[in-house]
Design a protein around this ligand. Structure first.
Ligand code: APR
Length: 240
């Protein structure tokens, strides 16, 4: 075996428990922008004006427009082959779980069963004041809460908000007991998810288009498109 992809495939085969940690770079090949690379959302929009509770409360029109656009984008996009490969690896016992920062639901849509959504989901919505669950259509059409008149919002975690406790606890315990963490498509800039890779006793590998500030702590780095790299690793896994 003479490539990083081949080496990663051998680690996956040997590992008793592999946990995958993904970010927005896992969905760019599906047509969804990421946040911090040159074509990312935060290159044109200041995140504090749309992705904070203050933005929701003080500038609902911009907040609503931003999330409405992202929800509508999602309707025209699908998981790509990389998502399907991760789901297949779970079915074959090569992946235990996927912890994701993504809110697009693509891992589940591609067939992954154990998915921890650390930053919530844009596929459902609630009232910001009384937390009543509402239909996405009610949010998209700009309605207020029928129960209390409050503002409606997607179930994504906004900057400064606590992460969903169950997803966090499950991700942390899976990562703590993993032999291998495979990080895919994230700049690892956002706390506390960026602390997760160092919580494992096992090996850490990353597949990313560009280096992150944690790469020196990783055991292996593949700088390539997620879909392409996963296809090559899958080829080596199938070859054994
Ligand atoms: N294949 C591999 N890597 C990719 C690809 C791809 N096709 N496309 C982009 N990338 C890489 C980028 O180079 C970048 O390093 O994925 C990384 C994406 O980083 P961010 O845009 O910062 O996204 P993410 O790390 O998921 O952001 C974390 O920040 O804004 C918040 O809540 C939001 O969940 C998000 C969090």
């Amino acid at each position: 075996m003479n490539s990083n992809e081949a080496l990663l495939a051998s680690w996956i085969k040997q590992s008793q428990r592999t946990v995958v940690l993904t970010g927005a770079g896992m969905s760019t090949e599906s047509g969804l922008p990421d946040f911090r690379s040159k074509s990312g959302w935060w290159k044109n929009i200041d995140p504090t004006t749309v992705a904070t509770v203050e933005a929701l409360e003080r500038n609902y029109e911009l907040f609503h427009e931003f999330y409405k656009t992202r929800m509508e984008n999602l309707q025209d996009c699908q998981p790509h082959e990389g998502h399907a490969i991760l789901a297949e690896w779970e079915a074959k016992g090569w992946v235990h779980a996927v912890a994701t920062q993504n809110v697009d639901g693509f891992h589940q849509k591609a067939g992954s069963q154990l998915v921890f959504e650390l930053h919530g989901s844009i596929r459902s919505a609630r009232c910001h004041r009384c937390s009543t669950k509402v239909k996405i259509e009610s949010f998209l059409s700009g309605q207020t809460c029928e129960r209390c008149g409050g503002k409606l919002r997607p179930n994504v975690v906004l900057f400064g908000e606590a992460l969903p406790e169950v997803a966090w606890d499950q991700s942390l315990s899976a990562i703590r007991s993993a032999d291998l963490i495979l990080v895919i498509g994230t700049s690892l800039q956002v706390y506390p998810v960026n602390q997760l890779p160092r919580m494992t006793k096992g090996k850490i590998a990353i597949i990313n288009m560009e280096p992150t500030d944690q790469d020196d702590q990783f055991d292996l780095a593949i700088y390539n498109q997620a879909g392409q790299a996963l296809k090559v690793v899958d080829h080596y896994l199938a070859a054994d």
